[in-house]
Design a protein around this ligand. Structure first.
Ligand SMILES: [Zn+2]
Length: 131
């Protein structure tokens, strides 16, 4: 299935670009701090960055790749990452955990499906768009 992955493609086309994530790793829509919620183009950059699922490092560009993964694989990867980060139903409460999990997995699958393979995209808060 098509999914968004970290890439250095497109880096430097915008001022303030960065890619600290690992080339090719799955990305998710990471959490955005209050500074960037108010001004996603100022502040720290998290409001315009994807978060590498394995490295937890950020990148302002992602590319659509067709990977040999199913939605169940994506769920497993997210569950493993949440577990490693200490996010669990016990800590967060069942409902909060379920919302976060479903949103994270849902965004990854939804945004991966939109564009053809090879498309470079950028993030702005809750949306993903062409450069
Ligand atoms: Zn931030």
């Amino acid at each position: 299935m098509k999914l968004l992955t970290a890439t250095r493609e497109g880096q430097g086309e915008r001022e303030g670009d960065f890619c600290h994530a690992l080339e090719g790793e799955l990305v998710m829509m990471g959490w955005v701090c209050a500074t960037d919620q108010n001004d996603p183009l100022g502040g720290c950059g998290c409001g315009r960055a994807f978060s590498g699922l394995s490295s937890r490092r950020a990148t302002t560009t992602a590319v659509v790749r067709d990977l040999d993964l199913t939605s169940a694989d994506v769920e497993l990867a997210v569950a493993a990452q949440f577990d490693a980060d200490g996010f669990s139903p016990e800590v967060m409460g069942d409902l909060e955990y379920a919302y976060l999990f479903v949103d994270t997995v849902g965004d990854m699958i939804k945004f991966g499906a939109v564009w053809p393979v090879g498309t470079v995209v950028r993030r702005l808060l809750d949306s993903v768009h062409l450069p």
